[in-house]
Every structure is written in structure tokens, then in C-alpha cells.
Design a binder for this molecule. Structure first.
Ligand SMILES: [Zn+2]
Length: 375
């Protein structure tokens, strides 16, 4: 049985939906059936009607995952091989997205699908919330992630972000530098959009990433480190790391998942998603996310022929800037009478630290981070 087919096949990992262990399998199509052949247990072969499989969208993220009707999951990191196989196996027709094409056609159905994914994942995988949230985040179609990111950016434009005062030519130069740096890793996904914005003292020298690939850089960061392009590029690389690992989306899902599991009605899930931008403005990334983004920044600096040590100067200057701000705020608070004005000043002085905790300089460099870039 199996293995002796001439149909185009693909190696992938198979999860049975009960244990977290991956099994190596080979996939191919026979008429209207998907055949999943276990590589280790030659006698085990599963068959599913192609139409009942939830095929992945061709998203930009470097992973393909298909949901099987019995709760199993097929996955591969090699998106290119997956896409090639689909084209070869279907004579170029593609598999569509199966159920997904219909199900993800509206927000309401998306909500139902998400709840189903959450429920199945939570019930069958005995993983913690972060792992389930990550699974959900990976299942969210790129278009939805994009709309959450767009929406968050729109909200921030309203009260925090103002048009940049950096001259066009200089902005173009930064864009080119970063694009060239990113191009040194042609095999990694790099779907991002750079936005230059003036945030005055609110965010200070800073940068942050939103779902959908939006990376915002403040004028003050370029002013503080304009003479050290590698350090600025290191910050952008860190933000690109958040983009590549879908940290914004995963954070959003982690924050909403607990609420969802506690019984948010199905119809309400879309409003939970609509609240995602607010979550992004109030939550902060875990240390693991920051470590992962730092690791990506370091690798990108190295791959593009730069020294990760350029980040040390950045942390130093950010530290100086922060101390200066605190001193100023303390002075101002001392000369101010108690009351509303004082409260407002306190809120203002909290500034970068409290305003947008996912932003770069809102997570101060500790010894560990500095050592990481120093090595
Ligand atoms: Zn970060």
C-alpha cells in the first residue's frame, strides 16, 4: 500500500489533534481524496475527501497548515514546497481554500470559524493558552490580520501619530537602506510597510510594529541616532522580527482567548476582534517575544555585514534620554500644585513607558539584552 504512487507527493508533519507529537508523513492526491501516508508506520494510511480539508490560504507567512476533518493537522515550514506540490498535484488548478473560502468570507463566519478552532484546539490539545492562541493566530487569514493592523494604525493616527518632519529624501534613504538590509535574507518573509511619524515627546525615540506588517518609526529615533544608521537599522530589524513572528497577532489572540474561552457568545467574537486594536495599545510583549525579535535583529545585522554591537550605543543613548526625561518630569511635578494639572503631568511623564508598551524603547534594555548584542 502507498508509497508506490506516481502522483506528485510532499513530505509534511502530521499532528493527530490529541498529542503534540509530529509524525513525518507523505501526502498525495488520488482522485478526490487526500492520502496521508505515515513514513514510519508503513501500514498507516489515512484518506480524506479533498473538499473536507481546510486548505491554507497562500499567505505571506512562511508556514502552510491544513486542517483535517478529524481534527488532525498537516503542516510544513516549507511554504514553497507546499505551493509547488499543490500546483503539480492539481495540474495548476490549486485547491482553493476548501471550506475556508466560504467560511472566511464574512466577519461573522470568521468569528464562528475562530471559535471552532479555539474550541477544538482547547478541547483536544492539552496545551496552554499561548500555544492555542498561536495556533489560532496562524489560522487567521492574512486579510483579517491586515485589517486589524490597519485599524490599529488608524486609531493611533488619530491621537498619537503626526506626519513626519523628516525630509522626503531622507525618508527615502532610510527606506532604501532598510530594504537592502532585508534583502540580505532573501529566503525569509519580509512583508512590511515603513511609516515615519512625528510623535513629539509622547513616544520619544521609538519604533513599533503592528499586525499586517506596519512598522512605525518616530522622528525622534532618527534624530537621536541619525549619525548611527546601523543602530537605527537594528531597531527596524527588531520590529521586522515582531512582524515575521506575528507577535502582534499572537499577543492579540492571547489576550482575547481567555475571554473567549470563558464564554463570550459566538456572535460577540467579532466584536472581540474589533477590540483588538485596543489590546495592542495596552498590552506588552512577553520576554520571549522580545528575545525572539532581538535574535532576528541580531541575525539580520550579521547577515547584512553589520555588527550587532551597534545596538549597544542605541541602548546607551536611550538610557540617557530616559534619565533626562525623568529628571525634567520630576522638576516639573515639584513646581506644580496638587490636583488635576498634576495628574495630567504625571500621565504625560509616563509617556513612552505607558503609552504604547509594545514599542521598542518601552521595554528598557536590561543587562541580558545588552549582553546578547555584545557577544
Ligand atoms: Zn520589541
Amino acid at each position: 500500500m502507498g508509497g508506490d504512487t506516481a502522483a506528485p507527493s510532499l513530505r509534511a508533519d502530521y499532528f493527530d489533534g490529541r498529542s503534540a507529537r509530529a509524525r513525518p508523513v507523505r501526502l498525495w492526491l488520488e482522485q478526490d481524496q487526500l492520502v496521508v501516508h505515515d513514513q514510519d508506520l508503513a501500514t498507516v494510511e489515512r484518506r480524506y475527501p479533498v473538499r473536507q480539508v481546510l486548505w491554507p490560504e497562500r499567505t505571506r507567512h512562511g508556514r502552510r497548515q491544513a486542517q483535517l476533518p478529524d481534527g488532525g493537522v498537516l503542516t510544513t515550514q516549507d511554504a514553497g514546497a507546499w505551493d509547488d506540490w499543490v500546483l503539480a498535484a492539481t495540474d495548476g488548478r490549486g485547491l482553493g481554500t476548501g471550506l475556508a473560502a466560504t467560511w472566511f468570507s464574512s466577519w461573522r463566519h470568521t468569528a464562528v470559524a475562530l471559535v471552532a478552532v479555539v474550541a477544538v484546539a482547547a478541547a483536544t490539545w492539552h496545551w496552554g493558552v499561548p500555544a492555542v492562541a498561536d495556533t489560532v493566530a496562524r489560522h487567521v487569514p492574512a486579510t483579517i490580520e491586515q485589517s486589524i493592523g490597519d485599524h490599529a494604525l488608524e486609531q493611533l493616527e488619530g491621537f498619537l501619530l503626526k506626519p513626519s518632519r523628516i525630509p522626503e529624501a531622507e525618508q527615502r534613504e532610510w527606506r532604501q537602506r532598510f530594504a537592502m538590509m532585508v534583502a540580505s535574507q532573501p529566503d525569509l518573509p519580509a512583508n512590511y510597510q515603513l511609516h515615519f511619524r512625528d510623535t513629539g515627546r509622547a513616544l520619544g525615540p521609538n519604533a513599533f510594529a503592528l499586525p499586517g506588517g506596519h512598522i512605525v518609526v518616530t522622528d525622534e529615533l532618527l534624530k537621536l541616532l541619525g549619525d548611527q544608521p546601523d543602530a537605527v537599522l537594528g531597531v527596524l530589524a527588531h520590529e521586522l522580527g515582531h512582524v515575521r513572528e506575528q507577535h502582534g497577532m499572537r499577543l492579540t489572540m492571547r489576550a482575547t482567548l481567555v475571554g473567549a474561552l470563558l464564554g463570550v457568545a459566538i456572535g460577540d467574537f467579532s466584536s472581540v476582534l474589533a477590540g483588538a486594536p485596543t489590546i495592542l495599545m495596552n498590552a506588552s510583549y512577553s520576554r520571549d517575544f522580545e528575545r525572539a525579535a532581538d535574535a532576528q535583529a541580531r541575525q539580520l545585522l550579521i547577515d547584512s555585514g553589520r555588527s550587532p554591537r551597534s545596538m549597544l550605543l542605541l541602548f546607551e543613548r536611550l538610557g540617557d534620554w530616559r534619565r533626562e526625561r525623568e529628571a525634567q518630569a520630576k522638576q516639573a511635578a515639584a513646581s506644580e500644585p496638587k490636583g488635576v494639572a498634576r495628574d495630567m503631568r504625571d500621565a504625560a511623564k509616563a509617556g513612552a513607558g505607558e503609552m504604547l508598551r509594545i514599542a521598542f524603547s518601552s521595554h528598557p534594555a536590561d543587562e541580558e539584552r545588552m549582553r546578547f548584542f555584545e557577544r
